[in-house]
Design a protein around this ligand. Structure first.
Ligand SMILES: [Zn+2]
Length: 116
């Protein structure tokens, strides 16, 4: 389940980087690693392909060191989707707010408490 949350954030983050400059797969894998996410190509490429299929990204093939490399850049639709996703995330996550760290210290509902 928590993976579903992360994949949503990751999609938004990829879209963000693709608005700044065209990105390629391995570059995004390395970039996400700097944020603490280790994605395999088997996870990342289907995300890129889906974003492309939905019209959020467009591809451009460039030859780098004699090999074809596929770059992904955000489309106008991708840019507006990014803004919308960011606003929606801010609305929902903003309510959790600065006190988020304390939540794990709180007691859960009685039914969830484990007793010996
Ligand atoms: Zn980043």
């Amino acid at each position: 389940m928590i993976r579903d949350f992360f994949l949503g954030f990751i999609k938004i983050h990829i879209l963000f980087h693709a608005t700044e400059a065209p990105v390629y797969g391995l570059e995004m894998i390395r970039e996400l690693e700097t944020h603490g996410y280790r994605l395999s190509p088997g996870t990342l490429y289907p995300i890129l392909h889906k974003l492309e299929k939905r019209g959020y990204l467009q591809t451009e093939r460039r030859i780098v060191n004699g090999k074809i490399r596929k770059y992904y850049a955000a489309t106008a639709l991708g840019r507006s989707a990014l803004v919308e996703a960011y606003e929606k995330a801010r609305e929902l996550l903003g309510e959790i707010g600065p006190g988020a760290e304390g939540i794990s210290q709180q007691e859960g509902p009685p039914g969830k408490v484990k007793t010996k």
